[in-house]
Design a protein around this ligand. Structure first.
Ligand SMILES: [Zn+2]
Length: 254
């Protein structure tokens, strides 16, 4: 979870360092302020690129899957801040001085957890901020009823240090929630190079812009500033698909 002190933009500037963008060199960071049952929470995301580009996740998605893993499906995004900045070695010229708008895919995913009044602020590297609302940036969205009215529970930890197998097993069961489309509950835990373990829950999206447990866990690890080297992984019930193996394979350290 993030701290917005001293300011959302200063926080995002630090968060940009955690983006994993070896292909584009275009780092993006996002923070969301969420509410659930009268409490507020902050979650961070950065982009995580894969050589198979459709497997990449955007910063906004990273923040959303962190919130979904911790809180389950019923949280509401109240406000969001985004900052993008090309790295000096970026292989092409990216927009820099203007705020970068959220892409269409992210707008659909934000709206799935937003209200029409949810505020979205995009910062530039300079002094320009563009603020809008979910209703203004995606009018007439594709939307299905989403709430599960899941029983309220304390937030699920996103990271633990070197937990044993029994702890990971019960942790995965807390994080995994029934998917909106299939009803399947999926989660995975990844042990990283420093022996910390992060957990990610699968997020099924109404428009099939779904994010797999491994994509979620990698996005969460990146936003926490972890090196994306996976020493070991635990899928829920030991079941892992070929697609999930493909997501993880570039990050497995031998
Ligand atoms: Zn996007």
């Amino acid at each position: 979870m993030a701290s917005t002190s001293p300011s959302p933009k200063d926080h995002l500037k630090q968060l940009l360092k955690h983006a994993h963008c070896p292909i584009s060199g275009f780092a993006v960071a996002a923070t969301i302020r969420c509410s659930l049952a009268g409490k507020e929470y902050l979650f961070d995301g950065v982009n995580v690129e894969q050589s198979e580009q459709r497997l990449s996740t955007h910063a906004e998605e990273g923040a959303i899957v962190a919130a979904h893993t911790a809180l389950g499906p019923d949280f509401v995004i109240e406000e969001m801040w985004v900052l993008a900045r090309p790295r000096p070695d970026a292989p092409r010229v990216w927009p820099n001085r203007r705020p970068v708008a959220c892409c269409g895919k992210c707008r659909q995913q934000i709206v799935a957890f937003a209200t029409p009044e949810t505020a979205v602020h995009a910062f530039s590297s300079g002094n320009v901020t563009v603020s809008t609302t979910a209703a203004a940036f995606l009018p007439a969205p594709f939307a299905l009823p989403r709430s599960f009215n899941a029983p309220l529970a304390p937030p699920v930890d996103l990271i633990k240090h070197n937990p044993d197998d029994a702890v990971v097993e019960s942790w995965l069961r807390l994080a995994a929630r029934p998917g909106l489309i299939s009803g399947d509950a999926r989660a995975i835990a990844l042990k990283l190079a420093d022996d910390s373990v992060v957990v990610g829950a699968g997020l099924e999206d109404q428009a099939f812009l779904s994010i797999s447990p491994a994509q979620a866990a990698l996005a969460i690890a990146a936003s926490l500033g972890k090196e994306l080297k996976v020493k070991r992984y635990w899928p829920l019930d030991n079941k892992i698909s070929d697609a999930e193996q493909q997501v993880l394979q570039p990050f497995i350290c031998s």
